[in-house]
Write a protein that binds this ligand. Structure first.
Ligand SMILES: C[S@@+](CC[C@H](N)C(=O)[O-])C[C@H]1O[C@@H](n2cnc3c(N)ncnc32)[C@H](O)[C@@H]1O
Length: 295
C-alpha cells in the first residue's frame, strides 16, 4: 500500500463539541431519536464493532451486545474525553486515525457505525470504500448522513430562499467541510462499493426550535419514532440512518490482528508499552495513555 493523498479534514482537536452541542445544547430530542434508530438497525450482538468518528463516545454505550469496540477518531482530544467518560478497559480500543485510511486489516469487523461524521467528509465514497474494506462479508454498516433532500430545504428552495437545489444529487457544502448528501447518491455509492442497503430510517423530523419549545420532548420522540419507519419509502428528514450489509468477498483475517499500518498496509507490528513499530516500513506509531495514534 502506498501513502495516498487524502482530502482535508474537519479537525475537532480541542473542540468542546460534546459539551456545548450535546451536554448543554438542548439536544435531548435529537439524541433520543438517534438512539432509537440505532437500536432498530444495529444487530444486537457481535464480536468486534468499529465506530468511525466516535468523538467523545456519545453512542458507544449503545453497543451493549458487542464484546469489543474500537473507537476511531481523527482527534486525540475527543478520544481522551471518550476514555475519561467510558473508562480504560479491555472492551474499548481507542484509535486516532483517519476515516479515509483506516489503520485496520481487511475484513475484520462484524459491524461498523458512522454517525454524524460523513457530513464532514469531502470524499464520502472513499470513506465508504474504507468502511467496506474492513468489514467481513455479511458484516453490517450503520451509516447516518445529513440529507440535503429534506422538507425544509425543499420548501426554502421552492420559495426562492435557498440557492442550491435539494433535488440535485451532488453533495452541497453549506459551510466549510460540512456537507449534506442526496439519498440517491448515498445508496449509489454504497451499492457500487459492495454493500446492499437493507433498511433506511428517516430521523429528526421535528428538529425545529419552535416545536422543541412548545411540545414535550417525549411526544416529539414518540412521533419521530413512528415517522422513522417511512424511511424506505421517502427521505424528507434532515438526518437518515441506514443499515447496509457487506456483500461479495472479503479477505478472511484473524481478529487477533486488528491493526494494519496506514502507511504501508503491513499488519505486522512489534508492540512495546508506548509504541507499535511497523515491521513493513519501520514507522513507529505512538501509544499514549492507552490510545493508539496513527497520524
Ligand atoms: C460531529 S462529531 C460526531 C461524533 C459522534 N459520532 C457523535 O455522534 O456524537 C464528528 C466527529 O468526526 C470526526 N472526524 C471528522 N473527520 C474525520 C476523519 N477524516 N477521520 C476520522 N474522524 C473524523 C471528528 O473528529 C469528530 O469527532
Amino acid at each position: 500500500m502506498t501513502a495516498r493523498v487524502t482530502p482535508p479534514i474537519c479537525d475537532y482537536e480541542g473542540s468542546d463539541y460534546q459539551q456545548t452541542f450535546w451536554d448543554t445544547g438542548k439536544r435531548k430530542y435529537e439524541d433520543q431519536v438517534e438512539a432509537i434508530a440505532l437500536k432498530r438497525l444495529l444487530p444486537e450482538k457481535g464480536d468486534l464493532l468499529l465506530e468511525i468518528g466516535a468523538g467523545a463516545g456519545r453512542n458507544t454505550p449503545r453497543y451493549q451486545g458487542y464484546s469489543k469496540i474500537v473507537l476511531l477518531d481523527y482527534s486525540l482530544s475527543q478520544l481522551q474525553l471518550a476514555q475519561s467518560r467510558l473508562g480504560r478497559n479491555q472492551r474499548f480500543i481507542y484509535v486516532v486515525g483517519d476515516a479515509y485510511r483506516l489503520p485496520f486489516g481487511a475484513g475484520i469487523f462484524d459491524a461498523a457505525t458512522m454517525i454524524r461524521t460523513l457530513h464532514h467528509l469531502q470524499d464520502a465514497p472513499l470513506a465508504i470504500q474504507e468502511a467496506r474494506r474492513v468489514l467481513r462479508q455479511g458484516g453490517f454498516f450503520i451509516l447516518e448522513y445529513a440529507n440535503k433532500h429534506n422538507l425544509k430545504a425543499i420548501l426554502r428552495y421552492g420559495l426562492g430562499k435557498q440557492a442550491w437545489n435539494p433535488f440535485d444529487e451532488s453533495p452541497i457544502e453549506f459551510a466549510e467541510l460540512n456537507f449534506d448528501f442526496h439519498p440517491q447518491s448515498i445508496c449509489h455509492w454504497l451499492e457500487t462499493t459492495g454493500f446492499k442497503v437493507q433498511r433506511q430510517l428517516t430521523v429528526s423530523h421535528f428538529r425545529l426550535n419552535l416545536l422543541k419549545k412548545i411540545i414535550p420532548t417525549s411526544w416529539l420522540v414518540g412521533m419521530d419514532s413512528l415517522a422513522q419507519w417511512t424511511g424506505d419509502w421517502w427521505q424528507l428528514s434532515p438526518s437518515v440512518f441506514l443499515r447496509a450489509e457487506a456483500i461479495g468477498e472479503s479477505p478472511i483475517q484473524s481478529q487477533s490482528v486488528i491493526f494494519a499500518c496506514p502507511q504501508c498496509g503491513s499488519s505486522s507490528f512489534v508492540e512495546s508499552e508506548n509504541a507499535l513499530k511497523c515491521q513493513g516500513c519501520g514507522r513507529i506509531w505512538e501509544i499514549r495513555d492507552g490510545i493508539y495514534i496513527f497520524k
